[in-house]
Design a protein around this ligand. Structure first.
Ligand code: BTN
Length: 319
């Protein structure tokens, strides 16, 4: 690890408290001048590091540079050794995670970025990914089971995102089937789950779960301005990332699908509401009544009960 990274990790672990420059130099076996140089480099990268006379360097609580060291410092023992790569800018963290999975990336590998130039959403949509105001990350899962047994991954991911947002912000997240996270009726987070599987064996070689969270984004492009929203929170991206990663890895490994599904149903924005969806170009209106154990949405239409396995719904809230 470079000196810059080592110092970043120590400052992240001691966020808000002073770390003596001399102690840094002694513990890392380098000169004070080398420590000064590395701290300057971190400041140039945007870290808010103040220097308190006779006390040392303080990484300010609100310093919000997305970094592998910052995420790692908050991940806890279980996941702090996972491979984490953070890019300033990348086409898409999901695309990069797929590329690394094909090259043998380990279970739990994380790819994150400050901005994406080609952020991808479901159904071929793009995902607006401006710098500095959102979190864009992907996690590589290696479930070692048939792809057919991984159907609840998306549900578990939505629960992980919603629980983390609820824990770290003042928001009350809801889940819009299948996996959009809504706050006050606006979409604050989208999840894109992709798989690499072996056709012959049917095994899931890797599943990539990508999440994009609008944390403080304000100005959205006109096409999503009426539906997109943000958390309007001062939570740092590293903290949000660490919470999402550890819950995602815990929930997707959880054998108890009952808990995952009941958490998902509890947070559902659709259940009990009138929803619309299109089929063969026709708009259908229905009442969403249940989510079955496979994560499918059960709706009552004028033609009877239907089971929606995938797709997009709109919710018509009754006021
Ligand atoms: C959707 O709302 O349709 C899903 C959006 C998923 C966006 C995230 S951002 C991180 C990861 N990289 C991508 O290109 N997409 C996902």
């Amino acid at each position: 690890m470079s000196l810059r990274s080592e110092i970043a990790l120590i400052l992240e672990k001691n966020r808000g408290s002073a770390v003596s420059g001399q102690e840094l130099a002694d513990s890392l076996g380098v000169t004070r001048a080398a420590v000064c140089k590395a701290v300057k480099q971190l400041r140039d990268e945007g870290y808010c590091i103040s220097a308190a006379t006779n006390k040392g360097y303080i990484l300010e609580e609100n310093s919000d540079v997305l970094s592998a060291e910052g995420i790692r410092a908050l991940l806890g023992e279980k996941y702090c050794s996972n491979i984490i790569t953070v890019y300033k800018s990348i086409d898409s963290t999901n695309t990069e995670a797929k590329r690394s999975a094909m090259l043998g990336a380990a279970h739990g590998t994380v790819i994150a970025a400050d901005t994406q130039t080609n952020g991808r959403g479901r159904h071929g949509h793009s995902f607006y990914s401006p710098a500095g105001t959102g979190l864009y990350l992907s996690v590589v899962l290696k479930p070692e089971k048939p792809l057919a047994d991984c159907t609840l991954t998306t549900i578990a991911a939505a629960d992980a995102l919603a629980d983390t947002i609820e824990e770290l912000t003042d928001c009350k997240p809801e889940i819009k089937w299948v996996n959009d996270i809504l706050v006050d009726g606006r979409k604050v987070c989208g999840i894109l789950t992709e798989a690499i599987s072996d056709i012959e064996s049917g095994m899931a070689e890797a599943i990539i779960v990508g999440a994009g969270v609008n944390i403080s984004t304000r100005d959205f492009p006109p096409e999503i301005a009426n539906t997109a929203g943000s958390l309007k929170s001062s939570v740092t991206r590293n903290k949000l990332a660490a919470g999402i990663i550890s819950r995602l890895l815990d929930y997707t490994a959880e054998a108890d699908s009952k808990r995952i599904l009941s958490d998902y149903r509890r947070r559902s924005a659709a259940l009990g509401e009138t929803v619309t969806f299109t089929r063969n170009g026709k708009l259908i209106t229905a009442l969403a009544t249940d989510i079955n154990d496979a994560g499918n949405l059960i709706v009552q239409t004028s033609n009877g009960t239907e089971v929606l396995k995938s797709g997009e719904i709109s919710i018509r809230r009754t006021i």
